[in-house]
Design a binder for this molecule. Sequence first.
Ligand code: NAP
Length: 533
Amino acid sequence: MQLQSFAGGRWVVGSRDAVALRDATTGAVIASSSAEGLDYRAMLEYARRVGGTSLRQLTFHERAGRLKELAKRLGNFKEEFYRLSFSTGATRSDSWIDIDGGLSTLFVYASKGTRELPNSHVYVDGSVEALSRGGTFVGQHICVPLEGAAVHINAFNFPVWGMLEKLAPAFLAGVPSIVKPATATSYLTEQVVRRIVESGILPEGAIQLICGGVGDLFDHLTCQDLVCFTGSAGTAQKLRQHPAIMAQSVRFTSETDSLNSCILGPDAGAGTAELDLFVREVVREMTVKAGQKCTAIRKAIVPRERVADAIEALRAALSQVTVGDPRLEKVKMGPLASLAQRREVREQLGKLQREAELVYGGEEPELLGADGERGAFMAPKLLYCRDARSARAIHSVEAFGPVCTVVPYEDLDAAIALTRQGGGSLAGSVFTADEQVAARLVLGLAPFHGRILVVNRECAQESTGHGSPLPHLVHGGPGRAGGGEGGGSPPPPPFLCLGARRGRLLKRDMFYWIFCLPPSSPPPSVFFIPSLP
Ligand code: NAP
């Protein structure tokens, strides 16, 4: 079956050079993809002329209502999406993050749109600014939709959530989307878009889809369009430098790869709940989606005197992870998305092994119901880097698979320095029951992270975990993590920037999320960090 793009209100098939897309477990060809022959300029014009016009006629509340209706409608097709998702290598619980996570993102945006935005077409941003002594001359910021298209370029690991987390804010803001999923798993995105289109819930032109490459699309971008990219830092760098992006000052947001850390507090010794929680979290992050998550823990930073205990506990937990066909209930971890992806991870692993020793995962696992030659399977790999301060690869090489390195630290300053060597990360986490330790680490990590999670025995039960981006909160991070923010989309100026302009801290018992300003944000006039206990 050849995938189709949805362009100018029609489903179209690429004219030639279709690429075969394979099931990650069996290697069987399940679809092919080509965007050859697409008229990208016409797609942008259609988005601006038809999609933007129809979206701007709706109020925020009307758009929010459509999102909610869409979420409910897509819920009727969940089983169909789950079946297809197995081919990406995802187990049922991996797919839950992608599919149910995507739908709940739509619900959250719908609810926030209704509760937090006015039932009108314009958002009034802040209070009236007094600009004159007599009060006859004042200023007021307002937010209106851009009159262009939001081009969404997505990574292969979340073909549903990755699309919906960008579509929802753009739609709410009144900007039509052109979605370009990563080719490897685009068959699942295509199926979801089919269900969206046939529902008739979104106005005409609100969504278009490109299955395949983007051709000359970037050449036709203008200052009214925006590009929201998720993927590797290398691709982001290339796209950011496109002449049209630079000449037209096209808004470009990127969420890229990131070497995320998880710190075990010095108080979390043998027998403490925090040590158990830490081990569980590291193993979960290594194995969910076979470690193919931008937020996955790549450095498990532990007090030097606890290294042996931590490694032993991690080994024991990893030995319980069953690997094989993700369709089988007993299987905890499926394959990587493709054989090409496995080659890439092995290559990156080789670089890490030059400075870190492999302490678990030397042998390939016994597979349940699958063949290791045809499927892109890989054992979880745990490394130990004795001298991390002078190491380079563990702070710069992302092995996008079930790979994590245990790194020792001497004191809290050293632990903070080790996380900062990653050059900017999406997510960090701290496992401690000591409030002083938590406060010190949070403040030390905050300038280099988009999000920090503090976990102790009190909040663990309700915590969503290290790696989950939540639609209520900013997702993104400084530096290497891309400098992006929001649900991937900075929609119409400056709608989504509202929350992201300020640092926010929500305190619920001993559970903190802290956001820092990405470097691209406006000056920190309203930035604040409330005092910690
Ligand atoms: P990738 O190779 O950079 O590709 C990302 C997207 O860019 C794909 O849709 C790809 O399309 C497209 N692309 C590649 N070259 C392009 C070009 N010259 N012009 C236009 N589009 C182009 O990344 P990936 O392998 O899909 O994803 C894995 C990476 O994404 C990891 O490094 C991971 O850390 C990162 N990631 C980050 C986040 C986050 O939120 N920060 C989330 C998920 C993943 P094709 O597939 O057609 O080449």
